[in-house]
Design a protein around this ligand. Sequence first.
Ligand code: SAJ
Length: 401
Amino acid sequence: MINIIGLGYIGLPTALILAANGNQVVGTDNNKNVVDSLNHRELTFQEKGLDELFFCALDHGIKFTLEYQKADIYIISVPTPYDKISKKVNTEYIESAVGSVLEVCPADSIIVIESTISPGAIDKYIRPLVDHAAKKIHLAHAPERIIPGAMIYELEHNSRTVGTDDAETGKKLKEIYSSFCKGEIVLTDIRSAEMSKVVENTFRDINIAFANELAKICRFDHMDVYEIIRIANKHPRVNILSPGPGVGGHCISVDPWFLVGDYPGLANIILAARKINDSMPEFVLQRIREIMQENNIQDTSRVGLYGLTYKENVDDVRESPTLQLLECMRKHLAPPLLCYDPMVKEKIVERQVFCLDEFLRQTDFIVIMVGHKEIVDYFSHIRDKIVLDTRKCVCGEVYRL
Ligand code: SAJ
């Protein structure tokens, strides 16, 4: 039996896909609302294909509970925030989950950490707990790799890394993950698994930072950054990502800090990339100001931000560039801008509307912060508006970064 601990963005799809593929699964979460809602056959977030998978897993007998179970394998997918000041990973949720697992788990069970952690964190924070419990337990790290927006597809098709202390545990886990994963399952040691995960996200952060820096250089010297990236990417060994209003989400904007926190003085390019990406919301504000001046707009009351999520077609707002931008305005005592996002149904910012028509009625100048399908499809109907498209997601007479 597999007990999944933490039924959030990663734990829930993982639990569902394991159950749907014939494994006996119980999902445990300490949030009663999450457990109640899943037991009432209601999903707690939206994701392409998650509905079908949910009902398939229910048919296969998946259970959701607040209790930790007696199981052969525990998969821990709880958040790993970072300390905003020291930039070090905070493993308190993992430690607490492992502590609870250790109270109930039988000898010889396997505890797999899927949450992203900094290299060495398992040895430093988790292994001592296991040693202290004096039970024969096998530790493993199998970092998740799935991208919000295509999670189910990627769960099934991406290659996976499984880090263990011994080959036997690796073999057992490979069997479990192969029950749903068609990608290659690479077996390695725990530390390499930890490091490779953080490195993957850091690579992407640095590439995006490069694109964002190019956007700034091109804006300064009147060049079209998109044209330049398009041409450069024709080179067989060049693949520059897209500039944007900043980097959000709980992965790419967080994981590189683990390396900066652990290796200050060594992680130089990584730190520079983080700073560039974090500076983008401020850069967008600067663009808004320039465009207002150019169009003789005096006050910001009819300027609106389209999109609150951290990227297109997901409902996740964690570390989103729009929230970063609003925070930046708040620090400068500027009145907040009007916001709208079709994926966000609850009020999360001061001036927020919940319908596109109303948003359009109340704005003369729209800043597209997120390229949701809605705006891409509807854009040709929008007339007489000034538009700053920070994502290059629509065509026509618009301003860009
Ligand atoms: N972004 C850009 N320009 C781009 C691509 C992305 O500005 O060209 C922005 C996005 O808008 C967003 C942020 O970067 O704000 C991150 O989005 P993303 O789509 O690049 O990645 P995530 O955070 O949704 O998921 C990443 C993935 N990691 C990699 O691609 C290396 C995913 O595979 C991981 O599973 C996930 O992090 C994670 O959980 O670690």
